[in-house]
Design a protein around this ligand. Structure first.
Ligand SMILES: *Cc1c(COP(=O)(O)O)cnc(C)c1O
Length: 386
């Protein structure tokens, strides 16, 4: 029997990537700038604005983490400032706050999208202001591709005049009220890491609302060189630009992005159908037609009181024994040893989701054979209740 490892999410090339990479070699554009970088930025911009979204500018960078770091700098975040951040997320959402010596304030999730809770957000802002500090920014995340409650979050952000950084690392191709994720924050970021919906092997992008902000981001991302014939610096800079070779991979990947979204959504529907037969398992889906998720990863929540005691760990270990990768949800930041001394506002929703949630293999390149193996393993696990 073929028992090769089934991955949660693996790179999936489209075929044209090498064409752009070869061109970079032919023209000797082996550098963190060049025609692929500019072309990739244009591809992303065209994609995100195709529904007539408000205009944006795209700066291709070495990672999504770098993009978050620059967004915080552009918003003037400094040592001792407070920055609000969704607790349930990947550590990369929060790490750049600490790079700057600022203080993360973590917020619980709500149950509909698993993302930052608007009520807890407002409670936290009021409390931080009462303690003498108004938060400098809000980092909201479209986890697993599911858009956060954009209108509700923006309403609170606007009321208190705090800018929103939209962490869209997992949500390229997702939409909220027909506007693409990546266009919905004051600043937005994308990631093209190897496990994301499309990849440049490693890379990211910062999305700004105007050319001035993009120029400032690129200035900072290229060592903050002043306009002088010699090397002159009045500010601290970074080396954060995307390689022209990597951007070539990105250009090829942009051509197949919609296919990748469709394939991930098909995996989601596959799981919806599968778990229809199984009691006590909820497949996480869009709360209404306002939301369109790329379903980067399909997430289930297990209620062990209805599955005869079969919990998330038992299912995960069963799949592991079948050489099928699955993974618990992101462990909330306020529970992490490195962050658990920072302020947190919530009612335990993210904790419960972390306890009972599992991400299932969702790659766009899973074959029907692999889907059959996943289906059989899950059905067997629930039949035997191991
Ligand atoms: C992947 C990811 C990032 C960071 O992106 P990198 O390109 O890996 O630096 C940030 N936020 C979230 C939610 C992510 O999943």
């Amino acid at each position: 029997m073929n028992n090769e490892k089934i991955w949660l999410s693996s790179p999936h090339m489209g075929g044209e990537e090498l064409k752009y990479v070869n061109k970079a070699f032919e023209d000797n554009w082996i550098a963190p700038l060049g025609p692929n970088v500019t072309g990739f930025e244009n591809d992303i911009r065209e994609y995100l604005t195709q529904n007539g979204s408000s205009d944006i500018e795209v700066a291709a960078l070495s990672s999504g983490t770098a993009a978050l770091h620059l967004a915080l700098i552009l918003l003037g975040v400094e040592r001792g400032d407070e920055v609000i951040c969704q607790s349930m997320t990947f550590a990369a959402s929060a790490n750049p706050i600490v790079y700057l010596g600022a203080i993360p304030v973590f917020i619980d999730s709500e149950v509909d999208t698993m993302n930052i809770c608007p009520e807890q957000l407002e409670i936290s802002i009021k409390d931080r202001m009462a303690r003498g500090k108004k938060p400098k920014a809000i980092i909201a995340v479209h986890l697993y591709g599911m858009p956060y409650k954009v209108d509700e979050i923006n309403k609170v952000a606007k009321k208190y005049e705090i800018p929103v950084i939209e962490d869209s690392a997992e949500a390229l191709g997702s939409k909220y009220k027909n506007a693409y994720c990546g266009t919905l924050g004051d600043y937005s970021i994308l990631s093209f890491n190897g496990n994301k919906i499309i990849t440049t092997s490693g890379g990211g992008a910062l999305i700004t609302k105007n050319l001035e902000a993009k120029k400032k981001a690129i200035f900072l991302a290229t060592q903050a060189r002043d306009d002088a014939p010699h090397y002159q610096h009045s500010e601290v800079g970074y080396n954060y630009r995307l390689s022209n070779v990597s951007a070539g991979i990105g250009r090829g990947q942009m051509q197949v992005l919609d296919k990748r979204v469709e394939a991930r959504r098909n995996m989601f529907h596959f799981y919806v159908n599968l778990f229809r037969q199984i009691e006590g398992v909820r497949v996480f889906k869009e709360p209404s037609d306002d939301y369109f998720s790329n379903h980067w990863l399909t997430v289930i929540e297990i209620d062990e009181s209805k599955t005869g005691g079969l919990d998330r760990e038992k299912l995960r270990k069963y799949l592991e024994a079948e050489n099928i990768e699955s993974r618990p949800l992101w462990k909330p930041m306020h529970m992490q040893p490195v962050f658990n001394h920072y302020p947190y506002y919530g009612t335990g929703i993210a904790e419960k989701m972390f306890q009972n949630g599992l991400c299932l293999p969702s790659g766009s390149n899973l074959t029907s054979n692999e889907r059959n193996r996943i289906e059989q393993a899950i059905l067997n696990c629930f039949k035997n209740r191991v």
